[in-house]
Design a protein around this ligand. Structure first.
Ligand SMILES: Nc1ncnc2c1ncn2[C@@H]1O[C@H](COP(=O)(O)OP(=O)(O)OP(=O)(O)O)[C@@H](O)[C@H]1O
Length: 369
């Protein structure tokens, strides 16, 4: 456990939606192995004065989910023969499994889905219909692994909580909206527990069915609102925390290993003009963008530390937002972080590119919001 925190980043590109098809949207992204290639379309080249040359950004993985899939009888989308389409299972195998392996080793972990509204974050995290995302597949895997355990000296305890951060307030998704405190829950700190949410519901779960029921209940209670870009846009960050405890008995002594697995569906980053935002929607958008910037800063600093670009004692600005404060336990120390960035409008999808130290950074492309 002496290892420092690690941050891995991937990019996923979804199919065009109806709106983009109607607008005759141009495809200006490609992938080549772990590299994402951005083409500068001619009109942007004129606007930026930068020419048409493609830019290449290398990540830990780049998932092509734009086309090349076939739909099975059950609705599951998988790669057509010879295609490079990355289906839900591929994304889980590349990143979700890594998170579970780390949790089994006793690390705290965070997996984030980042991207503009409608870019496919919820699709990757929760999924739709037969195309289950990382959350349900991970939950299934956790209980598959637990039931495969044959060591009678080893037992497991799993607890789940689910909150959303909406307008910088932490709300318990396992409590109906009418019964929640108006100002949300407080993030507290103690020597024993580190950072924790005062009064949050923690439900014990002992099977896939029980965790699925809790996640469904929480999902029903989420704050969603329509924007022009996505009819059921999530306007809050949703954080599912799985407390995973391994209890071992040896020589009359009990040992415990606790891992916090945080699966985070971030609210969509966006430009007010594109989403038709005003009033409440605009206020939400400002809170979302502010906390995403804070997250970007924290991850960038963690990545710098992991790569030796920053001093080991460099201060990480967790306190700049509720989101980063809440996840401080899981992001700091010897933890594992995975960020899956979903691309749509490339010049504006900055955090994706900025946080990855291995990319050829270009301010024109990284001009965030
Ligand atoms: N990889 C994919 N393959 C097929 N369809 C996808 C994929 N990713 C997203 N979609 C479709 O695109 C639409 C928008 O996706 P999704 O709801 O996941 O976006 P989002 O980023 O979570 O948006 P928001 O932040 O507004 O909640 C959905 O109809 C979804 O089914």
């Amino acid at each position: 456990m002496a290892e420092e925190c690690s941050v891995v980043v991937g990019v996923r590109i979804r199919p065009f939606n109806d709106r983009e098809k109607a607008l005759n949207a141009q495809l200006c992204v490609d992938v080549d192995g772990p590299t994402t290639i951005l083409q500068n379309p001619p009109e942007m080249a004129i606007e930026s004065g930068k020419g048409k040359e493609a830019k290449r950004f290398t990540f830990d993985a780049s998932f092509w989910s734009h086309d090349g899939f076939e739909v099975g009888g059950d609705g599951y989308c998988s790669a057509a023969p010879g295609s490079r389409y990355a289906d839900q299972r591929t994304v889980f195998e590349t990143f979700g499994r890594r998170i579970l392996d780390s949790a089994w080793e006793g690390y705290h972990c965070c997996l984030f889905a980042y991207g503009q509204t409608g870019a496919g974050k919820s699709y990757s995290m929760v999924g739709y219909g037969a195309n289950k995302g990382i959350v349900p597949i991970s939950c299934e895997e956790i209980f598959k692994r637990i039931s495969a355990n044959t060591d009678s000296n080893l037992t497991y305890e799993v607890m789940v909580s689910m909150v959303e951060i909406y307008n910088e307030q932490v709300q318990d998704l396992l409590v109906p909206p009418k019964d929640r405190p108006k100002k949300g829950l407080e993030i507290r700190e103690s020597q024993q527990l580190g950072i924790y949410i005062g009064g949050v519901s923690r439900r014990p779960v002992d099977s896939y069915a029980s965790i699925e029921a809790v996640v469904e209940e929480g999902t029903e209670n989420r704050t969603v609102g329509a924007t022009l870009m996505n009819a059921t846009s999530s306007r809050a960050h949703t954080v599912l925390t799985i407390e995973f405890k391994q209890v071992s008995q040896a020589g009359g002594q009990q040992g415990q290993k606790l891992s916090l697995i945080n699966l985070v569906d971030l609210a969509g980053s966006e430009k007010a003009g594109q989403t038709g935002a005003s009033g409440d929607r605009l206020k939400e958008g400002c809170a979302i963008n502010k906390s995403l910037s804070a997250l970007g800063n924290v991850i960038e600093k963690l990545a710098d530390k992991a790569m030796g670009k920053a001093k080991p004692n460099a201060v990480i600005p967790y306190r700049d937002s509720k989101l980063t404060r809440l996840l401080q336990n899981a992001l700091g120390g010897s933890s594992k972080t995975v960020m899956i960035c979903h691309l749509v409008k490339l010049r504006r999808d900055a955090l994706n590119l900025e946080i990855c130290g291995s990319s050829e950074e270009d301010q024109e492309f990284c001009d965030h919001q």
